[in-house]
Ligand binder design. Structure first.
Ligand SMILES: *Cc1c(COP(=O)(O)O)cnc(C)c1O
Length: 385
């Protein structure tokens, strides 16, 4: 049996072989602890981490000192929200503004903040899956400390107007956090130009290893007050303790360096063309194909569609040769209907039919052709049955 065609790049991406090659020595001869100051093993590890930090910082227009390595975007989101609000609440600013379509690692932290007495406003999105900056502006209060709006949604791929929101938060003296796990490497990001104060990243969404990520935390104009959430040896300038995952961090840095080397723009054009090819094959062969979320303001590799009269479970179960999903891998530990599709106000049937395809750097036109053939045949079969 041949391996299924991988079309789930928003769940994770394969490690780029060039990234793996750079990581390998850090599992073997270069195994040092980056915090060891007394010998060459530690120095080599520390130098490698410094280099990776520069690569990661450059990917978002930041300075290396403002990058805190974490175990992934889930932890980065937890650190951003809990860390900022712990400090802010102590000064009487206890209100957070976020959106209805954030990743669970933002929304669940917000729910926890409410349980300990803080206040959260969840701004709805428009039916196209994009938040209106005006609604964010209207949600701001005297005691608002933080706004958290993702750059790109993981289920429907819609891009949020973070730059416009950044202008609003700057003007109002409110901090802006953005979950950029899906966006880094796919769209140009500049934390200064966009008014971003905190930004979450994940290596495994950009062809790096799983279990490593970063939080950008602005230290100048303004300096973000952030309370550490993991305490111990004072690593990462006291912002996140724990021995650094040197091979993972090296891989993360290498993955970011590749983004620059290849010019993310060219890769995005290629990935977008494949995504568009998939959609046009489906639409020309089948009636009743509905795209969920705005098609233009969307991640180049994302397609979220519903096939009229077809349940996502039947499609997923009937196509073992294709690796795709019904929305998010993150929520699959708790199979609830998608809060993102609900936030778009889609009718129940559209939500139950929604499936997500994610095109990656390694997807080929032949795979897209084969995938469309399989999909068209299965949808016809399910509709007739
Ligand atoms: C994948 C993802 C996360 C979680 O990242 P991990 O590194 O897997 O913890 C958070 N937010 C978004 C938008 C994601 O796509």
């Amino acid at each position: 049996m041949t391996a299924p065609i991988y079309l789930d790049a928003q769940a994770t991406t394969p490690v780029d072989p060039r990234v793996l090659e750079v990581m390998m020595p850090y599992f073997t001869e270069k195994f040092g602890n980056a915090a060891s100051r007394t010998h060459a093993y530690g120095w080599a590890a520390s130098a490698a981490v410094d280099k990776a930090r520069e690569g990661v910082a450059r990917a978002v227009g930041a300075v290396p000192e403002d990058i805190v390595f974490t175990s992934g975007a889930t932890e980065s989101n937890n650190l951003a929200l809990s860390g900022v609000m712990e400090e802010a609440a102590a000064r009487g600013r206890d209100h957070v503004v976020t959106t209805a379509i954030e990743h669970p690692s933002v929304l669940d932290v917000c729910a926890r903040l409410e349980r300990v007495g803080l206040r959260v406003t969840r701004v709805p999105v428009e039916p196209d899956g994009i938040v209106d900056p005006e609604r964010v502006a209207k949600a701001l209060e005297e005691r608002t400390a933080l706004v958290s709006v993702m750059l790109a949604n993981n289920e429907i791929g819609t891009l949020q107007p973070v730059r416009e929101i950044g202008r609003i938060t700057r003007e109002r003296g409110v901090l802006l956090h953005t979950d950029a796990a899906q966006a880094v490497g796919k769209l140009p990001i500049d934390v200064d130009a966009m008014g971003i104060d905190l930004l979450s990243m994940s290596a495994h969404k950009l062809y790096g290893p799983k279990g490593v990520g970063a939080l950008y935390v602005r230290t100048r104009r303004p300096r973000v007050a952030l309370a550490a959430q993991i305490h111990g040896g004072g690593h990462e300038r006291g912002r996140r303790s724990g021995t650094l995952d040197v091979p993972g961090i090296v891989g993360f840095g290498a993955a970011c360096a590749l983004l620059q080397g290849e010019g993310g723009a060219e890769e995005s054009r290629r990935v977008r063309a494949l995504r568009d090819q998939l959609l046009s094959r489906l639409e020309s062969a089948l009636p009743g194909v509905a795209v969920n979320g705005d098609l233009e303001r969307r991640l180049p590799g994302n397609l979220n569609v519903s096939f009229e009269g077809v349940e996502s479970g039947a499609l997923l179960g009937g196509l073992p040769g294709l690796a795709f999903s019904s929305g998010s891998a993150c929520a699959s530990a708790k199979p609830e209907p998608s809060h993102v599709l609900a936030a778009l106000g889609l009718p129940e049937a559209r939500r139950r039919g929604a499936v997500r395809f994610g095109v990656s750097r390694f997807t080929t036109p032949e795979e897209i052709e084969r995938a469309s053939e399989l999909l068209v045949a299965k949808v016809r079969e399910l509709r007739s049955g």
